[in-house]
Design a protein around this ligand. Sequence first.
Ligand SMILES: [Zn+2]
Length: 130
Amino acid sequence: MVEVGPEEIREVAELVAHDLLATLDWPPERAMLFARERAQEVAESLNRNQDDDDEDSVPPHYFAFCVAEEAQLVVHDYQWDTSWPTCPNHPHPMWLRSGDHPLVWRCRNEGAVAPLGGLPDGPVSKDASS
Ligand SMILES: [Zn+2]
């Protein structure tokens, strides 16, 4: 696959940071730093494994998928929120599918809920409060 560059790292970090901010009670700086660190780690790992020749099998949003999945694992592992991002209709986490284009958070029962980077804000919506 094509090497992950700084532009893509920044874009994907912003998507993930948005979803963290919409759903967790984190200060923006924490969400952004956390997302950037995950994106940087995943990019380095993908860029290290450039030698496989199966470019065609890499889904279009594979980097974003890996970053979001990594962020999800860390948020769960540290028990900051063990169901992040929580499904709006059930007490379970939502998941991404690597083959989706664009990537969407999915409820395991009801399918697509919101795009990556597009999770609605928690209890208080931004529109209502501004
Ligand atoms: Zn659900």
